[in-house]
Design a protein. Structure first.
Length: 164
């Protein structure tokens, strides 16, 4: 029986990486309709499942996808690497979700301040538009003082006296 050469090993990993990235793109497409706080952890979970390697055998330092080793060991009872693969998946999952949580904790205040800034800008634009509409009154807003409203540009604390 022929052993796997280093070149064959690299080709196999290259093909697997290409297929895994294709699966990740499909998964991102399938989850894009979801609420963001559900979609992003599911994407992290799928990336961990697809991209986590584990050591196969103790003699040579060959790696294989942890999810494939787990599935093969459980389904066909071929080897005893399932527990090692599951522990690798768990370790990579904890690391990935820790990094994701850190990313979320950094992003959250930035998004809140951006939302507040956007609301302030919209309020300022609405006020500017209201002022512009007020200035567009015929006769320049003359006569508004008569009804208790100051004319455009007049001080707001001006007292209105009744006329006889």
């Amino acid at each position: 029986m022929d052993t796997m050469t280093e070149n064959d090993y690299l080709i196999a990993w290259g093909l697997y990486a290409f297929a895994a990235l294709g699966c990740l793109l499909v998964w991102m497409r399938l989850t894009r309709w979801m609420w963001r706080w559900l979609r992003e952890p599911l994407r992290v979970l799928m990336a961990v499942l697809l991209l986590s390697p584990t050591v196969v055998g103790s003699a040579d330092e060959k790696f294989a996808p942890a999810v494939a080793i787990t599935a093969l060991d459980i389904a066909f009872k071929v080897g005893n690497n399932a527990w090692r693969a599951v522990s690798d998946l768990l370790m990579y999952g904890v690391i990935a979700f820790g990094i994701y949580l850190l990313f979320v904790l950094i992003r959250w205040p930035i998004e809140r301040s951006a939302k507040e800034r956007r609301q302030r800008n919209e309020a300022a634009q609405a006020a500017a538009k209201a002022a512009e509409l007020e200035e567009d009154q015929p006769f320049g807003g003359a006569g508004n003082e008569r009804y208790g409203r100051p004319a455009a540009g007049a001080p707001l604390n001006k007292r209105v006296e009744p006329r006889l």
